[in-house]
Write a protein that binds this ligand. Structure first.
Ligand SMILES: C[S@@+](CC[C@H](N)C(=O)[O-])C[C@H]1O[C@@H](n2cnc3c(N)ncnc32)[C@H](O)[C@@H]1O
Length: 291
């Protein structure tokens, strides 16, 4: 989910085929692991309170036309030229290709955990790295079940349903944790980063990409755009689960910025080479980087 400004209002720009929308699979609840806060499931809001935040999330996805058919998910990030989200997917494809190349340079075997994998398209790409094993984790059963269905043929890829904030440390220990277009759904970003850095193997890396980070002065306006947007599509409760993170929330963490959308280089690539670079940063944190 990526728009030029990045807030929810800009993320939702298109209508996509929903004819193959996955149906909830009651069996998936059995895959929910118990974390330190007890069994996980759809009875928690994104902020840990009562209520099913994934239901509102899915309603928004449906209204935005983001629930794809199985055949479409299998082809992602490639979409037809007629797809209303084509431009966004070209940016996602660019980010994903760069991530795959970078992760593929790591020593093998490579244990990868993708948090918030959704329908699993990026986990599927990561699983094509030689020597990689991938776990995709997500709280939303409908898309996770679709991921299981669509990518069932990949023996080095499996999917786990959990709310990351309450999940137990994963086994095997990940060398790489990926959060692609996810942090906006988590209220306490520093807490999540500390948790995930603590899960990593000693030389592991945490990749944050395809999510907006705001200057302090821009947060209030972005929040208001998202509030108005979710009200306009009839899912006002989502405004409470969509968070506009400030760069300052990363103060105290060491990170390498592999892509800065406002850098001279990124602007040059976009304007001169017409590259479809993400409007959002790609940051890499290492496990010794926590405060
Ligand atoms: C916008 S989608 C991104 C999906 C995928 N990573 C991609 O790049 O297309 C955000 C995903 O994060 C998941 N998510 C949000 N908060 C989560 C949490 N606390 N625990 C697990 N998954 C979460 C949502 O269910 C959703 O599938």
């Amino acid at each position: 989910m990526a728009g030029e400004r990045g807030d929810a209002a800009v993320e939702a720009v298109g209508a996509v085929d929903v004819s193959g929308t996955a149906k909830p699979n009651p069996a998936s609840a059995a895959a929910v692991p118990a974390g330190p806060n007890g069994p996980l499931g759809p009875s928690r809001t994104a902020d840990g309170g009562a209520g099913d935040w994934t239901a509102g999330y899915l309603r928004a996805r449906e209204r935005e036309g983001r629930l794809y058919s199985d055949a479409s998910v299998a082809a992602l990030p490639n979409v037809p030229a007629t797809d209303a989200l084509r431009s966004e997917w070209r940016q996602r494809a660019d980010s994903a290709a760069r991530l795959v190349v970078a992760v593929g340079r790591r020593p093998r075997p490579i244990e990868i955990l993708e948090i918030g994998c959704g329908n699993g398209w990026l986990s599927n790409l990561l699983a094509q790295i030689p020597g990689a094993s991938v776990v995709g984790l997500d709280a939303t059963a409908v898309e996770l079940d679709q991921a299981r269905r669509v990518f069932a043929g990949r023996s080095n890829l499996r999917f786990v349903r959990a709310d990351v904030r309450a999940a137990a440390p994963p086994e095997p220990v990940p060398d790489v944790i990926v959060l692609a277009s996810v942090i906006q759904y988590v209220a306490d970003l520093p807490a999540l980063i500390r948790q995930l850095l603590g899960w990593l193997a000693p030389d592991g890396e945490l990749d944050l990409l395809d999510s907006p980070l705001y200057r302090t002065a821009d947060v209030a306006a972005a929040r208001e755009r998202s509030r108005a947007y979710y009200a306009s599509i009839g899912v006002p409760e989502m405004a409470g689960t969509y968070h506009h993170h400030d760069w300052h929330e990363l103060d105290g963490f060491a990170f390498e910025a592999r892509h800065r959308p406002d850098s001279a280089r990124a602007r040059f690539e976009r304007r001169v080479h017409r590259r479809h670079r993400s409007p959002f940063p790609w940051l890499v944190l290492r496990n010794e980087a926590a405060r």
